[in-house]
Design a protein around this ligand. Sequence first.
Ligand SMILES: O=C1O[C@H](COP(=O)(O)O)[C@@H](O)[C@H](O)[C@H]1O
Length: 241
Amino acid sequence: MAAVYDLKQREISVKERGCFTVALSGGSLISFLGKLYEAPYDKTVDWTKWYVLWTDERAVSKSHPDSNYKLTKDNFLSKVPILNNHVYSINDNLTVEDAAMQYEFAIRQLVKARILNVSSINDCPKFDLVLLSVGSNGSVASLFPHHPALEQSDDWITYITDSSEPPPERITFTLPVINSASNVVMLASGEDKATAMHFAVDGSGEEFDASAVPACLVRPVDGKLVWFMDMLAASKLQLSG
Ligand SMILES: O=C1O[C@H](COP(=O)(O)O)[C@@H](O)[C@H](O)[C@H]1O
């Protein structure tokens, strides 16, 4: 995945603020992060500057196989020297409502400490990088097709109790936060993503309902969007015009 992210962008963030803030979703993208602890990146990345957060979490314990934290810990964090106090996971001992509030508070503290920038357009936190693995239904983070959470713009973090994919309870970034990032990378791999990718990339026109494919609603307001897909996920693209 082009080493996940342009090395220069990381260097710019580190030079400007002395840190690099990344929000990770769960899903298949986590296995691609492995490239970052292989040569040459293992020598060039300054891991001590990284701050890691999650775009969303499922309401399960951190040791549960469905936990996005566990997935990231097992496949990435346990292999790289990111500082423990730079890892901001979502509390698994609270109700989703309280965990969402607590997580938003933690993000506000990072903004106060100037570890996280703020968007000049909407006052949302401005992550250096948001990495999203797109679901087979076109979901991003824990924002699912036609769900009212897609409309949420008052809060940075919200929660849902009726996810169309198990488990039903989740905590998630809202779209304004995703769209305020400096860089958003969307990843889709596998044939089960092909229909969603077709709508996400080719879907347009008055009749197209973007809320049916939340990935379509990812449009950074003042940042870059990069898509990575494998041949199977891209197999239904029309790429006309
Ligand atoms: O439930 C979730 O799934 C999506 C997509 O995962 P994938 O395995 O189809 O790549 C993920 O991005 C999200 O963070 C997670 O909570």
